[in-house]
Write a protein that binds this ligand. Sequence first.
Ligand SMILES: [Zn+2]
Length: 411
Amino acid sequence: METQSLLYLLVGVLAFGFIVPQLLEFLQVYHPSRKIPDTLAEYLSLTKLEESKSYQRVNFNFKVITSSFTFLLTLLCVTQGWFGAIDTWIVSFGHSPLMNSLLFFGLIYVASDVLSLPFDYYRTFLIEEKFGFNKTTLRTFFLDKLKAYALSLLIGGGLMLIFLWLVHTMGPQFWWQFWLLAGVFMILVNVGYTAWILPLFNTLTPLAEGEVRDKLLQYASKVDFSIQHIFVMDGSRRSAKANAFFSGLGKQKKVVLYDTLLEQHTPEELVAVLAHEIGHYKKNHLKWSMLISLLQVGILLFLLGQVVFSETMSMALGGSSWSVQLNILGFTMLFAPLSMILGIGMNWLSRKHEFEADHYAKETFGGKPLAEALKTLSVKTLSTIHPHPWYVFVNCSHPPLLERLKRLEEE
Ligand SMILES: [Zn+2]
């Protein structure tokens, strides 16, 4: 492909990645909403519905501003050859090719993070604050930033180093070698997330003895599911939004409940939430999603292998000679539409899994308490009750609330 045509392709792909998501968001936010359904009448008032709509709109307007900013900046960098200029400048210091790649990505990472900082700040302390979700303090906000930096330097930087080393020394063979490593890494993260990463950001305390704990354990043993620990996480330190999840494989399984979840739900509802999570486990959903993610990483690396040694990409981005880092950057832009299509597939599967986990909870514990829990959760988080079907198709990993309730509440 000619340098000029590749440049046009890049611009086209960037425009696609900017316009399509905005359009879907627009359809979603301005989707005419009907009246409050009977099943939610007790949970939702008209004022709450209005509040929810205004929350969606404020978020949409904000997103339009941030993504326009990112889009225009990226467009300028690509069409004006600024990425290439940065690369030429770094190479001029005469470090090794590996060092050049590391410096290039380090610089891009820091620059994009610094540029997005004001937006992050605005979202957390003005939007989330206004709607009563924000619980984080300035101190926690900046400490989180620092910890995230340290973590990405240690883990991201480490992985990047290995990856770039393989590209520079192994040539076209790098893709399957890194794929193997990435696979091992993904399993390690899955097993160690609760033990190693989570405690850096939150405090986990074992759930105190009492009715809730007894009921959870009683249910778990009824369905023959061994839990090693039930932890309560201080989610309320940052946000009023609640959640529960699971981590670990085999005997190392841990259940983590947000303290906000414990405050908002009855013991019955909490057991139903746990039953849903156990449903995911029993139906092998975690293993399937992991396998598919692994496959996706394989495809990504294989395709990257086809682009990374091309001189055309480096030139299209304004480089003065063949450059691994420019090619990788160009590839991530080209890959975006394909990643959107893969995402649609992943979301479809995930919605199917959600229904299956709901079904499991309904069969082994009861549909009603889970339905109640879902109502409380989605009303509190101000999520849309009448989402646009296209938006759901592309973006949602969970089925719309009303569809889940319909299945849970029917006899
Ligand atoms: Zn689920």
